[in-house]
Design a protein around this ligand. Structure first.
Ligand SMILES: Nc1nc2c(ncn2[C@@H]2O[C@H](COP(=O)(O)OP(=O)(O)O)[C@@H](O)[C@H]2O)c(=O)[nH]1
Ligand SMILES: [Mg+2]
Length: 369
């Protein structure tokens, strides 16, 4: 394997040493943007959210921060919404007889059921018309990545937010653990699968840049021949597969904004914000139309569901009315017997007619559905 640049370097890297991002000519995206922070356990999601939060505070643009990790002991940043205030993960484990992983997944599922309320709070707080409203919503997710990426709750949460404001996935990579090209490739394949699942703009953050300069990863992503060279010494089945996969991933890389960051020292955060800014425009250009269609579909499904409920209620009411009318018809009445019988029969016929005509009206009105 070719040695990655900076592999033996001490932790002396400054911001200028990091790969430069294209920041010039970027118009500022002036609406709020939500950043969902994902990554393997220990990659530094929480540390990144903490560092970004304090960086944004220092720039006088404090973000709106949400912690979705129910199992974290201490949240090292000021969270505006903390899942732990709503769901006690240890209680969930006890109540449902679950282990730690099941407890975390179920806690997130329970939280996602009330996410409509959370979303309306976020929408109110981040109203784009309010000049002092937060420009960034930052979400920290549970340590184990699959809890969010392969659960129904993760999809519900990310889709609900993305239907309401610009949203991007921030995928954190532990650079020091990805110097091996085969490990790097498997991490990128995971990132790729998340991109296709989440259908949102994507930023790859090569974190822990203070330990090792991520320029080797940038090279591998830019030029697959360099990556193939890194694999040269390895002729195993996995590395042969990796070689072929690298060609496939070329297309994936072309849609990415990779940035090098150290959550320990805070280097690279300006580059990160430039990438987030680009994602805001990308969301509006490529993803918003899809989310608007999804919103419309969901809205019309909701309308149809309400209409079906109304139809059911109506036919229940008609049946109940008919039953009443029949009871009244059968009840003995000695006064003006003939007159009242005739009246009831008329009412019965009228009810049937009204019921039928209302049913016809409902059926003939597809636009209401
Ligand atoms: N040197 C260094 N360590 C980091 C950096 N980011 C995170 N860490 C450490 O990596 C470990 C895991 O970080 P954490 O944020 O808890 O990871 P999470 O599970 O993804 O939330 C902690 O010990 C952090 O101090 C970084 O940029 N540089
Ligand atoms: Mg964490």
């Amino acid at each position: 394997m070719a040695a990655a640049p900076g592999l033996e370097e001490p932790n002396t890297m400054e911001s200028d040493d990091l790969p430069a991002q294209e920041t010039s000519g970027n118009k500022p995206y002036d609406k709020p943007i939500c950043l969902i922070v994902l990554g393997m356990a220990g990659s530094g999601k929480t540390a990144f959210v903490q560092r970004l939060t304090s960086f944004l505070h220092s720039k006088k643009t404090p973000p709106y921060v949400i912690n979705l990790d129910p199992a974290v002991k201490e949240v090292p940043f000021p969270a505006n919404i903390d899942i732990r205030d709503t769901v006690k993960y240890k209680e969930v484990m006890k109540q449902y007889g679950l282990g730690p992983n099941g407890g975390i997944v179920t806690s997130l599922n329970l939280f996602s059921m009330a996410f409509d309320q959370v979303l309306s709070i976020i929408e109110k707080r981040c109203n784009p018309k309010d000049k002092s409203a937060p420009k960034y919503v930052v979400i920290d997710t549970p340590g184990q990545i699959e809890v969010f990426t392969w659960s129904a709750s993760g999809t519900i949460i990310s889709e609900s937010i993305a239907a309401s404001m610009a949203t991007a996935i921030v995928y954190i990579v532990d650079t020091a653990r990805n110097v091996n090209p085969v490990t790097f490739m498997s991490n990128m394949l995971y990132a790729c699968s998340i991109l296709y699942k989440m259908k949102l703009p994507f930023i790859i953050v090569f974190n822990k840049a203070d330990i090792i300069n991520p320029s080797f990863a940038f090279e591998w992503m830019k030029d697959f021949e360099t990556f193939q060279e890194a694999l040269n010494d390895d002729t195993s089945y996995v590395s042969n597969l990796t070689r072929s996969m690298s060609l496939v991933l070329d297309e994936f890389y072309s849609h990415l904004s990779p940035v090098a960051v150290s959550s320990l020292t805070g280097t690279g955060l300006n580059d990160f914000l430039a990438a987030a800014n680009k994602c805001g425009f990308e969301y509006e250009r490529e993803f918003l139309p899809m989310y608007e269609k999804m919103k419309e579909k969901r809205e019309s499904a909701r309308k149809k569901e309400n209409m079906d409920r109304v139809k059911n209620d109506i036919s229940d009411d008609i049946e109940a009315t008919m039953a009443n009318v029949r009871t009244v018809t059968l009840a003995p009445n000695n006064d003006d017997e003939d007159d009242s019988e005739a009246e009831i029969e008329n009412a019965d016929a009228d009810e049937r007619k009204e019921g039928k005509s209302f049913e016809r009206f409902v059926k003939a009105k597809p636009s209401v559905n």
